[in-house]
Design a protein. Structure first.
Length: 280
């Protein structure tokens, strides 16, 4: 069974939610990315979203665009990213990382350049469990979803507040693993508060699909996590974490890993919401 499915089945039975931090592969370098993945999972992340850096960011705000830019500036290559993940999975075959799903966030142009079949095969061999392809229109996602499923990979698709409802339903039909609900129309990045209609939009989506729903965009603090945990199956945090990589060169790699691990441990405290009280 796919690690994403196993995770959500378990969390559901325990009445708990997943925390999925996002990091850029190769920022500041691939050994640090590997150390970060291990640390994030050790400090309370249930899965990790790994951004494959791309020069033409899609919906990426300034923090993630700059992070991609740094990684590309250091010459990070797709083959090295897969190699890093493969080594990490092999090294931790008996450790806590074994069960943690790894998901890549990747532009379709990268997949296309590699060739769809080759990309998927290498991803699965590396120990990746799912992919998010934000620039893939739903009309073209069915084929990719079928190929991914044949390899036991999940294709996670995005629904945004401006997605027409009919289209949202269509998206859930070629989505596997979980649905990524984008909390706000616009680009990634920290935000101060939670958009007002988010809760009802997610509640509606839930009536349309049995897939777990994870919320991302703008989640930056343990308070945000606490506020959204009751509505979501999982929460995704990118920019608030990635901005801690900006000054990576001023610290030792070990300090960077420790600081980000600490931040994720704080975010994870927001997951402990009490279960809904039974009606009297
Ligand atoms: O950075 P934020 O606001 O915390 O949002 C998560 C987001 O960064 C991550 O999931 C992501 C990175 N690049 C993307 C491109 C499209 C959609 C989502 C993403």
């Amino acid at each position: 069974m796919n690690r994403i499915d196993t995770l959500f089945t378990r969390l559901k039975s325990e009445g708990r939610r997943a925390l999925m931090p996002f990091i850029t592969a190769g920022d500041p370098d691939l050994p640090t990315t590997a150390a970060l993945i291990t640390e994030l999972v050790a400090r309370g992340a249930h899965m990790v979203e790994i951004g494959i850096p791309y020069s033409d960011p899609i919906a990426d705000g300034p923090v993630i665009a700059a992070s991609y830019h740094r990684a590309l500036g250091h010459g990070v290559k797709l083959a090295h990213i897969f190699q890093t993940i493969r080594t990490l999975r092999a090294e931790t075959a008996t450790g806590h990382l074994t069960a943690a799903p790894l998901v890549t966030m990747v532009s379709y142009s990268i997949i296309h350049r590699q060739g769809v079949d080759r990309y998927l095969r290498e991803a699965v061999t590396a120990g990746i469990d799912g992919l998010i392809v934000p620039d893939l229109p739903v009309e073209e996602s069915e084929g990719l979803c079928r190929k991914a499923t044949a390899l036991d990979l999940r294709l996670i698709q995005l629904v945004t507040p401006t997605t027409p409802r009919e289209r949202a339903v269509q998206i859930t039909r070629s989505t596997t693993g979980f649905v990524y609900y984008v909390s706000v129309a616009g680009i990634t990045g920290e935000r101060r508060s939670i958009p007002p209609n988010l809760v009802e939009n997610v509640a509606w989506l839930r009536t349309q699909t049995d897939l777990p729903i994870c919320i991302g965009f703008g989640i930056s603090t343990p308070e945000h996590v606490r506020e959204l945990a009751p509505v979501a199956d999982g929460l995704i945090v990118g920019s608030a974490l990635v901005k801690r990589l900006v000054d990576a060169d001023k610290l030792t790699r070990a300090e960077v890993v420790k600081e980000i691990g600490q931040f994720v441990a704080e975010l994870a405290t927001g997951l402990d919401v009490p279960p809904p009280r039974p009606a009297p």
